[in-house]
Every structure is written in structure tokens, then in C-alpha cells.
Write a protein that binds this ligand. Structure first.
Ligand SMILES: Nc1ncnc2c1ncn2[C@@H]1O[C@H](COP(=O)(O)OP(=O)(O)OP(=O)(O)O)[C@@H](O)[C@H]1O
Ligand SMILES: [Mg+2]
Length: 368
């Protein structure tokens, strides 16, 4: 069921178009992330959903209600920001109770609801503390409890973990995910951290320059990126330029610029002819020294030279270059101690399963 819907939403500031014709549907109970680099319009999108910013054009729906033009306090939506903005002169419990008091909820109902919220965010027994006596992670959980206590339809979160150190951040990611599935409220989560979005989200909307690049489950956007932007933003893109040779049955053949052909499942390409870029993720590539074993029948293969290798314990990453200078990154899990890993300058053959090949549409022409 659709919970939040954006229809052709744009926002132009004097200096720039922050959000450019965004159409999105977010389902009820979904953990939905807006992911993209700094300045791509994530916060502006969130602020328009929350009612803190008016779209220049387009409509926004919450459930069945068109909320375009409705002020923030009339929308059944709460927001958690990066800066927790707790009231320092109030206790933890008073901070959480604040929204309920303002709503005029009966006094004897407030206590139990605050208690239940503190339990949910793992802060039982902290009610009487001052918020200034809490760690960053604890303060963020108070902010979350405060935003959830009046049971909004939708919770908006704008980089809520940005101020935390990496370890706490990872821990809070799992906490947030647990809390979201416990309360079942729709979460719309803004982050520029692709790993964070992958860890937590049911679906991710990848944005660039105010526009939507791709929407999908974490595996979909990672395994089958639709654009070169998504391919490179979510990891090493490993793109190879080529020309579509043709499709027969379930298989499309692409002639690579560097020479040779590769295949991929038909249907991954939007065009049936012309130039295209195909890609493969680093962990899907196998590296073998050229004089070693034969390529498996049906596998894609390309010749390359190792530029450098980096040993990181669990894995080794190789940067390789094809004869036309295209760079490809390969991750090899160190399952066994390799007697002689290929070093810089080694001639190698990179092979991969055609099913792991994706194709991206060409970069959109810049708007004039
Ligand atoms: N109030 C404003 N007035 C003018 N321009 C604005 C305003 N708010 C945002 N912008 C511009 O709109 C664009 C998108 O900003 P936005 O804050 O939505 O980006 P973001 O994706 O949240 O970035 P970040 O990851 O850095 O928080 C930017 O170019 C920004 O400079
Ligand atoms: Mg922002």
C-alpha cells in the first residue's frame, strides 16, 4: 500500500534546482532510503515531505491525502535530524513526553507510553537523567523515542547517525532497523553512505543532481545498476565500453572496444544496437595468470595487466588495466594462502559468469 507518494516534485532555489521532477512511491512499513552525494537534493526532498519546504511544482501524498500546501504540524510525520536538538533543561523522560503533552494526551497515559518508548530504544531506567549526561548514541536514541512516541505514520530521518563514530554508527544502524521492524512505521532515511543504506533499507532511491537514478532493493541496485552513476556510487564500477552485436535467444553479445566479445542475459539492455557499457562487480571477477588453466566454457574473459595489488587480510584487491587503459578492480577472498599471487606487471586473464554482467545506459546529456 502506498504511504508516501511524490508526483513530479521539483524544488528550485534562486541559485539552483535542488530537486528535479521526482516521482516516487514509498510503501507502508517500508524502510526506504534516499542515497546520494552531498548536494544531490536528499534533505530538500525530505523537507518537502515533512512540510518544511514547499515544492515549486508537483504534488505530495500521505496515504490518501494530498498534503501539498499543508503545514508541517498538520502532517502525520515526524523528523529526526543529525543534530538531536534535545531540550537540555529537561530530563530524558520529559524530552520524550514533550510531544504527548503538547497533543494533550491524558497524564496517566503519558507515563506508560514514555516508559514503553524508552524500553524500545534500550534506555530503560534512564528517564530521570539529564540529556547532557548521555553519550551521543544515547542522545540519538532519546531523539528517536521522542519522534516515535506519538506514533506518526511516517518517520523522516536526515543523516541521524552522522555525528557518531564508526563503531557506534554501525551498532545504531542495526538498532534502528530493529526498532523500525518492531514499530512497523514507514522510515524515510537520508544518507550519503552507501553501506549504511545497503545495511538498513528495504529499498533505496539513488539520487544525483536532484534527479532519481534508480530505485530498488539493495541487491538490485548493487548487482544490476541501471546507470554508470549508480555503478560507481555503490562500489567499483568496472565498466567496459562496447557495441551491441546482437541478441539470439536469451543471450546478448557485446563487442568490446578493447577487443573480444562478452555475453550477458538478454533483457539487461534497453537498446538493441549501438554503443553500450557493460560492467561486473569486483568480487565476481576471477583472476588467473594467463599461462594457467583454460577459461570455463561460456564464461566471459578479458586480458589485462596487474597495476597493483593490496593485501587486506580477508581479501586482496587487484587493480588491473586492459590494453586500452580501462581499469578493473578485482577482489579475491583469501580462502587459502596463495603461493604466488600475481604482482604488478603480471599478465592475467579476468573471467566471470555472464549472468554477473550488467549493462548501464549512457550518461544522460547535461541539461542546457
Ligand atoms: N534554502 C536553500 N536556499 C538555496 N539553495 C539551497 C537551499 N537548500 C538547499 N539548497 C541547494 O539545493 C541543493 C540540494 O541541497 P540538499 O540540502 O537537499 O542536499 P543534500 O543531498 O541533503 O546534501 P548533503 O548530503 O550535503 O546534506 C544544493 O545545491 C543546495 O546548495
Ligand atoms: Mg542533507
Amino acid at each position: 500500500m502506498a504511504n508516501v507518494r511524490l508526483e513530479d516534485v521539483s524544488k528550485a532555489f534562486k541559485s539552483a534546482v535542488a530537486v528535479d521532477n521526482l516521482t516516487l512511491t514509498i510503501d507502508e512499513g517500508e524502510f526506504f532510503s534516499l542515497l546520494g552525494p552531498s548536494g544531490c537534493g536528499k534533505t530538500t526532498t525530505l523537507r518537502m515531505i515533512g512540510g518544511f519546504e514547499e515544492p515549486s511544482s508537483g504534488r505530495i501524498w500521505l496515504g490518501d491525502e494530498d498534503v501539498s500546501g499543508l503545514p508541517a504540524h498538520k502532517r502525520d510525520v515526524n523528523t529526526v535530524f543529525q543534530s538531536y536538538a534535545l531540550f537540555p533543561h529537561l530530563s530524558v523522560a520529559e524530552n520524550v513526553a514533550y510531544g504527548l503533552k503538547r497533543q494533550g494526551v491524558a497524564k496517566d497515559e503519558i507515563g506508560p507510553r514514555v516508559e514503553a518508548m524508552l524500553e524500545l530504544v534500550d534506555l530503560e531506567g534512564y528517564g530521570q537523567r539529564r540529556t547532557t549526561q548521555l553519550s551521543g548514541g544515547q542522545q540519538q536514541r532519546v531523539a528517536l523515542a521522542r519522534a516515535l512516541v506519538n506514533r506518526p505514520q511516517v518517520l523522516l530521518l536526515d543523516e541521524p547517525l552522522g555525528a557518531l563514530d564508526l563503531k557506534l554508527r554501525k551498532q545504531m544502524q542495526l538498532e534502528l532497523k530493529r526498532i523500525q521492524s518492531e514499530v512497523g512505521i514507514t522510515f524515510i532515511y537520508v544518507t550519503h553512505d552507501q553501506e549504511e543504506a545497503m545495511t538498513m533499507s528495504d529499498r533505496i532511491a539513488v539520487m544525483s543532481a536532484g534527479r532519481l537514478e534508480q530505485v530498488g532493493a539493495p541487491q538490485d541496485v548493487y548487482e544490476l545498476p541501471a546507470t554508470s552513476f549508480v555503478a560507481s556510487f555503490l562500489g567499483a564500477s568496472n565498466l567496459l565500453e562496447g557495441e551491441i552485436e546482437g541478441t539470439s535467444g536469451e543471450v546478448t553479445k557485446v563487442r568490446l572496444g578493447v577487443g573480444g566479445t562478452v555475453t550477458l542475459p538478454a533483457g539487461r539492455l534497453t537498446d538493441s544496437e549501438g554503443p553500450v557499457a557493460v560492467g561486473v562487480r569486483p568480487e565476481k571477477l576471477h583472476i588467473q595468470t594467463t599461462n594457467s588453466s583454460e577459461v570455463d566454457r561460456g564464461d566471459n574473459a578479458i586480458e589485462a595487466t596487474v597495476v597493483n595489488s593490496t593485501y587486506t587480510g580477508v581479501s586482496t584487491s587487484y587493480e588491473c588495466a586492459t590494453s586500452d587503459g580501462t581499469r578493473l578492480v578485482v577482489y579475491v577472498q583469501n580462502l587459502e594462502r596463495s603461493a604466488s599471487p600475481p604482482g604488478a606487471g603480471a599478465k592475467v586473464r579476468l573471467t566471470w559468469d555472464p549472468d554477473h554482467t550488467f549493462a548501464v545506459s549512457k550518461a544522460r546529456p547535461e541539461k542546457t
